[in-house]
Design a protein around this ligand. Structure first.
Ligand code: UDP
Ligand code: MG
Length: 334
């Protein structure tokens, strides 16, 4: 990890984007030279661009390697194979040294000149500013499912942004350092950030049609998206208290099963109705067993959650105490 510290790190995940890269970098550098941008920072403004090559099989990596020779701000991380956008973002976040971390897609669909407005918005007191592709320039096969995805995510999480999965986002480093992303969870970063207590804002950004190459996501993403959604819901609600989830479900199932079995039994004892021809008996037994199973799963979850030290259940904004203040190291939670 570089020891040089920058004010802004730009992280670009890319997979087979060789045609777009020269334009993208040219535009990024132009955007970084805009007065409106660098006047938002303390002098002297310094930035870095971290290109994360997610196992491209075209000449993306060599295009970047050639550019690095004349551009000291440019860095390249190349993956051994294609690990997906989430992994690429994670690697970029780990390497980033900036106080602000910006992510942008490599395919020229996002507008680098919007970064300055997003940072301006951050300085109003937000920890994450997410782009909103208000007028999205993609085929309907992408925009329609995406509308559905955003609607469902909004309903389940109560977070009121329109576009969870915009490639263009600006974060405070406190978020990017804490995010633990797996699968294709980059779609739910705002949900995870909100859960950690960070303040989120959304800003409409210009979006462009893809000029070169093809989209890297086909319909298989619906399933991975669904599974990641379930795990994000679970992580943000029950990771540290699995018993609250499984225990409750188990209890409900057990009580239902017990009531049914009791009813069938009383019928037999008091009214002498035969038990053998009562289909509902099977439901009763099923629910009883299911209840116990769910309960044990909850117990196992609790054991796992107690013994694993990873993934804290809280995020600290700052710690203040007299000794720290006197020593001059003040309020660094990490
Ligand atoms: N990407 C990546 N790894 C992947 C798939 C995509 O790094 O496995 C990058 C891709 O190069 C682009 C960004 O993630 O910079 C968004 O991908 P894409 O444009 O294909 O998605 P879309 O805009 O069509 O949703
Ligand atoms: Mg794209």
């Amino acid at each position: 990890m570089s020891t040089v510290h920058h004010q802004l790190s730009i992280v670009v995940p890319l997979f087979n984007e060789q045609e777009s890269l020269p334009d993208l970098l040219e535009q990024l550098y132009l955007a970084m030279q805009e007065k409106e941008l660098y006047s938002l920072f303390k002098e002297p403004f310094s930035f870095e661009i971290i290109m994360v090559d997610d196992g491209s099989t075209d000449s993306s990596a060599s295009v970047i390697r050639n550019m690095i020779l004349s551009r000291p701000e440019l860095r390249l991380i190349s993956f051994q194979r294609n690990f997906g956008k989430t992994a690429a973002l994670s690697a970029g976040f780990m390497a980033a040294t900036g106080d602000y971390v910006c992510t942008i897609d490599a395919d020229l669909q996002d507008d680098p000149f919007a970064i300055k407005e997003m940072i301006e918005k951050m300085q109003e007191g937000y920890d994450l500013v997410s782009g909103w592709k208000q007028q999205r320039k993609d085929p309907i096969s992408k925009t329609l499912p995406s509308k559905l995805f955003n609607l469902v995510t909004r309903l389940f999480t109560g977070i009121t942004i329109h576009d969870f999965n915009c490639g263009l986002k600006v974060y405070r480093k406190e978020i990017t350092r804490r995010l633990e992303l797996r699968g294709d969870m980059h779609r739910y970063i705002p949900v995870l950030a909100e859960w950690m207590g960070f303040k989120i804002a959304e800003l409409p950004v210009r979006h462009q049609a893809r000029q070169f190459g093809t989209t890297k996501y086909d319909s298989s993403r619906f399933f991975s998206g669904l599974f990641d959604f379930l795990s994000v819901l679970f992580i943000t609600r029950y990771l540290r208290r699995p018993m609250h989830f499984f225990g409750m479900a188990g209890l409900i199932s057990f009580i239902l099963g017990f009531t049914i079995s009791l009813y069938v039994t009383l019928d037999k004892i008091l009214l002498h109705k035969p038990v053998s021809n009562r289909p509902i008996l099977f439901l009763g037994i099923l629910l009883l067993i299911l209840g116990v199973q769910l309960f044990s799963t909850g117990l196992l979850g609790e054991m796992l959650s107690t013994s694993s030290s990873k993934g804290s259940s809280f995020a600290v904004r700052e710690t203040v105490n007299l000794t720290h203040q006197q020593a001059g190291t003040f309020g660094n939670p990490d």
